[in-house]
Design a protein around this ligand. Sequence first.
Ligand SMILES: [Zn+2]
Length: 94
Amino acid sequence: MCHPAARMAAAAQLRTDAVARGRALKRVNAIAAVLCGFVPAVLLAVISPPSAQMWLLGFLAGLVWANFFEYGYHRYLLHLPGTFFALRHLVHHS
Ligand SMILES: [Zn+2]
């Protein structure tokens, strides 16, 4: 049996490691989002410069699309019972 102070130190280390892992995942997700959204948008804007109105429309459409994609991905893929994604994701909710 461990000493309570040792258990608390181990729990604090686990929490620190989990936060570091979470931040690393968020960094990778941010890079993926930039590569999948921002870079193509800049390339399209260079190829065919949009008007301010079309730029705003595209931006709003992108926001709506991204939110529904995130909702659908989370709701239907990450919570699909028995899948690899669901098993890993349920740890996030525990
Ligand atoms: Zn969830």
